[in-house]
Design a protein around this ligand. Sequence first.
Ligand code: THU
Length: 125
Amino acid sequence: MNEKDLYRKAKEALEHSYAPYSKFHVGAALLTSSGEVFTGVNVENSSFGGTICAERTAFVKAISEGFRDFTALAVTSSEGEVSPCGICRQFMYEFGDDLKIIMGADEEHLVVTKITELLPKGFRL
Ligand code: THU
């Protein structure tokens, strides 16, 4: 699974986004070291603080299925390129320093970085 393939999975996931309040639809796809892909979408709530981002949805799905070793996460939105929010950066950092983050408005304009670029000196207990 290359960067474009993973990005496409994130794009496909967008259709399941539940974002009736912001109308900002986000899709993510998380690749495990053994090659599984877990997708995620943002799921909003009438009580806005109950909203979960697409990235964390993908992580929660994977971790609850027994996967903890990840190599890359792709994320995209209905409005083009999106950069993971601060909570998601810290959440992803929990599971390693080497995660590749793939962003971009479309598959021809991918922006590839690392979690430690997005979150230098992240918090760990
Ligand atoms: N959102 C994500 O899903 N991921 C991010 O990294 C940024 C924000 C969602 C949360 C909310 O449903 C909507 O985008 C607007 O903030």
